[in-house]
Design a protein around this ligand. Sequence first.
Ligand SMILES: CC(C)(COP(=O)(O)OP(=O)(O)OC[C@H]1O[C@@H](n2cnc3c(N)ncnc32)[C@H](O)[C@@H]1OP(=O)(O)O)[C@@H](O)C(=O)NCCC(=O)NCCS
Length: 168
Amino acid sequence: MNCELKTNRVTLREWRENDASALFALAKVPMVGESAGFPPHRDEAESLRVIREIFCKPETYAIISTEDGSLLGCINLFPRHKGESVYEAEEVELGYWLGCPFWGRGLMAEAITLLCSRCFNSSKYKCVVVVGCAKEQNIRSCRVLEKAGFVFVETKDGMCRYELTRMA
Ligand SMILES: CC(C)(COP(=O)(O)OP(=O)(O)OC[C@H]1O[C@@H](n2cnc3c(N)ncnc32)[C@H](O)[C@@H]1OP(=O)(O)O)[C@@H](O)C(=O)NCCC(=O)NCCS
């Protein structure tokens, strides 16, 4: 079970089936999925299916407003190489998105910092590097990774790769 992580502004908690309606409201907007790599949700039933079948994976969190409990977006860690578990992998990758109304407030850098700190400070993980990838044109996403302390590594096939390395 994912534990709950919190700052004054964002709370990361596991997804619940009753998030489906709020998820649909955010994920039906094409701009969100276009950058994050998923097609816009067509109806609430699809959002519920995503919660049940995809967001049930370990280290996949709903980003919630600490202030009023509303759903802001999603963040997850997954192993870079197929077949590994997120806890055993030496390299894990970040996935993340916010609903459009919540862009531009610095919320995602906060959520990323929270999740990476847990990853590096918990004996549950073997991870030494967290990788963040964003399309070259996704300036916001590249900037967020920099703000969260990630270091630019390379641009390949239009994708910028950033890394955050665990301190010895
Ligand atoms: C990318 C994303 C996660 C950024 O999160 P965020 O919390 O909105 O990011 P921030 O508020 O920290 O803004 C990041 C940068 O975007 C830029 N930015 C912010 N608002 C902007 C605007 N209205 N227009 C243009 N650029 C803007 C700024 O340069 C800012 O950096 P700064 O704080 O140093 O000025 C969010 O926009 C998102 O979810 N987008 C859709 C999904 C996506 O792209 N996911 C990532 C896939 S790799």
